[in-house]
Design a binder for this molecule. Sequence first.
Ligand code: ZN
Length: 422
Amino acid sequence: MARAKKEPSGFPRGLVGFCWSFALTREATPTAPPRPARNPERADPIPHLNANTAPGRPREERRPAWPADLPGSRLEGGLDNARNNVGAPPSRKPSMEVRRGVVGRLRDAGQEETANELRRCCLYPIPGTDIQIRKGEGGGRHATGLQHCGRHLCPICHPYHQSVRRKKIEARSVKVLEEHPNAQHFLLTFTARHHAGVRWIELRKALHAVARSLQQTRRWRITIGHVRSDETTWTTKNGHHYHQHWLVTLPGGVDAHEWLTWLQDYFETRLRQHGRTAEWKDGWARPVPSAELGNVLRYQTGGIGWELTGSASKAAPWDLPPRAFAEVWETSKGCRWWSTAGCWRLSGDTDEEIEAERERQPGEVLAYVPAVVWTYLSRDTREDIHALIYDRSLDDAAFLALWRRANETLGGVLGVGPPPTA
Ligand SMILES: [Zn+2]
């Protein structure tokens, strides 16, 4: 079990074994002839890809390069500066570009293992499927047939999960306003006092334990529903700043001031039992007028800041400095960062459910990449293909024109239209 835990989900275990055995073979007998291929198709899947290059060159060099004038994931400027993204909604920069920046920063800081885990997302096909590029809603495109990590800290998965939730919760808010016209809404922020050096998981465990017992109390049960979203940031002075935002809906007749005072006491006492003290900033409990609900929900799903109350600044999870990022990445496996209950309860909004649904998304197939071609292309080229797919500045016609150009350079191995077997 311990071994299974170390291996990130989504990475084919056979491949790990294969790489290991390859590395060991190489080290033991550096002059040994190349290993016989286990699968002849895999060894030379696209012979004409290599036709114009000298035989005997390393495989990496024989792979065709991405056309220099096409959009790729190495866009100008890159994201070497993490601060570029602070305050911007996570979706504003192409996710591949953001990931390349984060991976680079992790490598520079010596966090090679986390960098590799993060980079595996989207690079491997789901066995038995081709990669299909489909028309998305609202003009974008998306790719199916690839393994996603589904992690909260992933610049590819997180914005996608949040946009799915945003859509669902905004639709839900119309119903909540209809069904509970007199309800009172509050945005609460729960924070445990922290200082540099405290492990992220300790803060998370303490807050989570208190939040769980809180929901079992009689007084909490008068709430009509809630939306919980967790965030984490980092400062040099105080280290990890993990906190939870709760949009809580109370019935109209309840004395909210009295209830909030009880809540604060409860939280304070319980958190102390878990070895931490609560931190209350001004505005830890902000009343949310009905007209502001949409804005707050967009804030909770990472869409935009909550300008009216001064809570506009919002950092993406990958804005953490590399060491902090690697620590959270490593220790937050399996942690949930989002939950809904009562009148706000959504179905299919967990990371797992959103991932399962992602593959079933409808949409006309514009283009495809056969799985065998995909695994043959270099990681860089695969990332460049993603960048082209997810470039929202291109309409479908412009995308297809560039796709055809890329295909010429790559030796005609990509497909236009649905794959013949689909
Ligand atoms: Zn991912």
